[in-house]
Structure formats: structure tokens, C-alpha cells
Design a protein around this ligand. Sequence first.
Ligand code: ADP
Length: 273
Amino acid sequence: KGSGVVQHIQRTRLEQVDTLLVVGSGKGGVGKSTVSVNLAVALAQQGLRVGLLDGDAYGPSIPMMLGVRKRAASKGSEAVLPLAERKELPREKKLQPLVRYGVKIMSVGFFIGEEQAVAPMPDVLGMLIRQLLYSVDWGDLDYLLIDLPPGTSEPQATLCREIHLDGAILVTTPQDIARIDTAKALAMFQQSSVPVLGIMQNMDGFLCPHCGGHVDIFPQSQEVRSVLDVLPVLGRIPLDPAAVVSGDKGHPVIISLPDSPVAQAFVLAGQQL
Ligand code: ADP
């Protein structure tokens, strides 16, 4: 009792989900949501059944990136309450996810209110994320991706402890400060025996729209690089102004600019999962 092995066995497995992955980052603003959305669509384009749970209440941008903003899951939204009840709901009581680009989507943003100035307390957010895993009618999925809040605090740690996660993908920029925080996230997953599948290195150089040249923006030190270098790099995504525009308009870059280097990097990353 209390040993790591027992804890591991007690973690709940989601019956209908073949592979449950989390997308995490050490800090905000590195492109975690952009990566989650585009990877989910990349997997769906391979013909896989994919769900995406947006658990980032500090920047619930996924609904906006997918053009489903303000379309709250109206029907049966009372089903997520009470938060403390962590078990599968009967199918008729479950929430219907929205479907966009072949991906089933649910967002904590639908429940906390987009205009709310104060973010929920971390423990409440953690409960909401876990509850949505059980309360949404995901159906049979090949992949369910959870876009985690940034950092390594309560929601992430509790999720690792309570739910069987098949893997984590870490998103970082090449900047030292981001990589130092990413190393903390790596340590959190390793301590919880969650396999870290690899790194998505975002904003990896800038693609100049005028000359097409590649400009490195963020400096890197060897010291920090060595900590993360044990991990495979699933993708290197350049900083591309076009990615911002398409994200803000509700069409992820993999849909709106499929031939761009950014979109191609996501396609390749999806093939490695
Ligand atoms: P996070 O989820 O880590 O907070 P987001 O995915 O919301 O980060 O990205 C933060 C901002 O950076 C968004 O405006 C997004 O459109 C932009 N962004 C992310 N990746 C890229 C990229 N490769 N090129 C250009 N802009 C990007």
C-alpha cells in the first residue's frame, strides 16, 4: 500500500480511449494550444478517431482557434456537476463534444465563462478537467489529447496521479527560459512514470515572409539543451506570421495553409505518434 506500483495500478484507465496523451509546457505562450490543435487535426487526417480536451483555463484559446468560440456545450451541461463525483456517467447523461475538422472537442472554457476575469483555483480546474474526461461522450477514440494548463502545479500533478496517461508531449520554444521550465515539466512526468514521447520545438526560427530566409530568434545554452536532449524532437515549427492569422480566424494552419512549413511539421509530428 502506498508504493509506486500500487499507485500506478490504481490509476483510472479510460475504457474507450486507446491512447490518452497530454500536451504540456513549462510556461505559457510557447504555442502549446497551437500544437495541440494542429496535432489533433493531423491525427484525424490520418483517419484516426481523435478527441481534444482543452484544459487550459488560463488561455482557453482552442475554441477560438477552431472557430467554435461562444458555442458552449449547452445541452446537458449540468452533467459535469457535482465536480467531486469522478465516475463515468451513463451515456444519455453525457455531454456531446463539438466536432471540427474531424476532431471531437471539449473545453473547460465552456464552463468557466470566457469573460471571467479571475481564473479558477487550480484544484477546481483540475477537478473540471478530470470530470470532463468522464462526462463527455467521446465514444471510441484512437487518441484523446489533453491540452494541459502551462506549468507543473495542481491540475497537472493530480491528473498524472489519478489517470493512466499513455504519454506526454512537451512544447517549448528554443529560448533558455522556456527550456528551463520545460525541464521541470519533464521531471514532473518522469516522477509520475508518464512516458514523455518527445518535444515539439515551436517558434524554432523565423520564416521571413519577404526573403524566405530562416532567422534564429531565441538564444540557447548548451547546459539547458543537454537536459532535454535525451528526448526525441517530434517537430521543429518555425515562427510564421501566417500561423497567427489563421489561428485567430478559427482555421488551424494545417487546414488553411497545408503546404506551409509549419503545417508540414505538424503532419510529420503526427506520423510519429
Ligand atoms: P500557449 O497555449 O502555449 O499559451 P498559444 O498556442 O496560445 O500558446 O500561442 C501563443 C500565441 O503565439 C498565439 O497567438 C499563437 O497564434 C502564436 N503562435 C504559436 N505558434 C506560432 C508559430 N509557430 N508561428 C507564429 N505564431 C505562433
